[in-house]
Structures are given as structure tokens and as C-alpha cells.
Write a protein that binds this ligand. Structure first.
Ligand SMILES: [Zn+2]
Length: 279
């Protein structure tokens, strides 16, 4: 069985220790004020300057992800194409330099499937499928995919996503008051409202977060620029994605990264505003 990105995310979340708090304990915790302050505490990300809800550290998340990564590599064929592996690694190294992460240990896996997808997992693991490398017209477009993934790392999105899942469970008990108290949780207010209690069970994956994706897009373009890639190829990649999404089999990247046309437009605005290029 090939693991989809969502399956991997679920595995990470399911591998996490469950919150062993009964509803009564949670309510008691809320009553004495020992739970809500956790929910509403945010930290500022030094790289992005954004305020984040982080209830777990990067290290804890990496431990949880390690087994999912191992399983992934056992179950999905790895590409033995040496030129493809060299290409992905070469582009990654340049992007990592642009991201200021070249001195870190990274593990890159190129999976030999048609999936037009890529992902990053906590613990500096990057997965790239042959399918997305074939979709790209040049290294600049591959750099935009890898830059986007590096952006998720800088944004600490995995830890935040996990934390929101945890906080949502608490919020379910605390009710809308806790949701209203937290800017981060309020962003998820609509989702929480629509999906109700079932979606808030700990271990249930939350839908993609538009803010995370846009932040990763912008950071990815920053890294492309710093590493000498043509930033104009980032919106071009999204146009290619959009063109393919109208067919019978939309790229898998689309299931977690919707709105390609809109993102291409937003990327153009960002690139122009930063003066990287005129696109
Ligand atoms: Zn993404």
C-alpha cells in the first residue's frame, strides 16, 4: 500500500500520545484555569515573525514522524534513477542554502511513483515523487516545490498543526469561549463549526491551512531568489498544476494545496512587491 500524504499525517498524529484526560478532568482543568492558558499561549516564530500556537516542540514531533518516515520508505519504491536523484539533491542543496539550512542534516528520498507530490516531515525528511519532477519544466520549478517544503519547516507548520489538533480537543470541551479567545483557533472556527465534534477528536487530521500554504509559498520564493533561481517559475508551476487539475486525474499536490490559479496570482503580487522580478 502506498501511503498518501494524508495517511502519513494521520500516522504522525496517531503515533502521538493521546490526551489521557476525561471530559470531566478537562472541565475541571478549565475551571481552575490550568487548561485555557495553554490553549491561548502563543510564541513568535523568529523566522517568520508570526505568532504561533505551539504546544509541542519540534523535537517531539520529529520523534513521532520517524516511524512514519521509515514505514514510508519501506512501502514505497525508491527511485534508482541516479540522474533524477542527483537532480533533486542538487536543487535541494541550493534551496537549503537560500533557506539558511544547508548546515543541517537532511534526508531526501525520491519515490518512484507517478504522484505529482512532495512533502516534508519533521526531523528534516523531504520526500519527492518522480511524478512531480516530471511535471516541472525546469530546475527553477522544482526549486519552487522544494522551497515551498522548506518554507513549511521554517514556519514550524507541523508542530502548529499538531498543536491546533490538540487545542481543538480542549476547545471542544471548553466550548466556543476558548475558540474566541485564541486568534489561531478562531481561524479554524468555521471548520470546527462545520465538522463538529467528530473532527475534533484528537488524531483527526485537520484540513489544509491556507495561511500555512501561502506562508510556505512566499518563503519558498524568498529561498529561490536567494539561491539564484528564477522566481517567475513559481507561479508558472501553479499554472501547470491548474492545467492538470482540469483533467481526469488532478495532481495529488492539489488535494492538500487547492486554488492553484489564485496562488499563482498571489505569488505574482508577492514577487512584484518584493522587487524580485516583474511577473
Ligand atoms: Zn504545502
Amino acid at each position: 500500500m502506498r501511503l498518501s500524504k494524508e495517511t502519513i499525517s494521520n500516522k504522525i498524529l496517531n503515533a502521538a500520545p493521546r490526551v489521557n484526560m476525561s471530559r470531566r478532568e478537562l472541565i475541571r482543568g478549565l475551571a481552575v484555569g490550568s487548561v485555557v492558558p495553554i490553549v491561548t499561549s502563543c510564541t513568535t516564530n523568529p523566522e517568520t515573525g508570526t505568532s504561533q500556537l505551539l504546544l509541542v516542540g519540534e523535537g517531539q514531533i520529529a520523534t513521532m514522524a520517524a516511524s512514519a518516515w521509515t514505514e514510508m520508505k519501506q512501502q514505497t519504491p525508491l527511485s534508482t534513477n541516479s540522474s533524477l536523484n542527483a537532480r533533486v539533491n542538487r536543487v535541494w542543496e541550493k534551496v537549503a542554502q537560500g533557506a539558511g539550512r544547508a548546515d543541517q542534516d537532511w534526508e531526501i528520498a525520491v519515490f518512484d511513483t507517478d504522484d505529482a507530490n512532495a512533502f516534508v516531515m519533521p526531523g528534516n525528511k523531504v520526500g519527492v515523487y518522480r511524478g512531480i519532477t516530471e511535471l516541472t519544466e525546469n530546475d527553477d520549478q522544482l526549486a519552487s516545490v522544494l522551497g515551498h517544503e522548506a518554507g513549511h519547516v521554517a514556519g514550524r507548520h507541523a508542530a502548529e498543526r499538531y498543536s491546533i489538533g490538540l487545542a481543538s480537543q480542549i476547545a471542544l470541551v471548553a466550548g466556543t469561549v476558548a475558540i474566541q479567545q485564541s486568534d489561531t483557533l478562531r481561524e479554524y472556527g468555521d471548520t470546527i463549526g462545520v465538522l463538529g465534534g467528530a473532527a475534533l477528536q484528537f488524531g483527526v487530521i485537520l484540513p489544509y491551512n491556507r495561511r500555512h500554504e501561502l506562508e510556505a509559498d512566499r518563503l519558498g520564493v524568498d529561498y529561490m531568489y536567494r539561491s539564484g533561481y528564477r522566481v517567475s517559475q513559481a507561479p508558472r508551476l501553479w499554472e501547470l498544476m491548474a492545467a492538470r487539475s482540469s483533467g481526469n486525474r488532478p495532481p495529488e499536490f492539489m488535494s492538500t494545496h487547492p486554488d492553484p490559479e489564485r496562488r499563482a496570482t498571489e505569488l505574482r503580487q508577492y514577487i512584484n512587491a518584493r522587487g524580485y522580478d516583474l511577473v
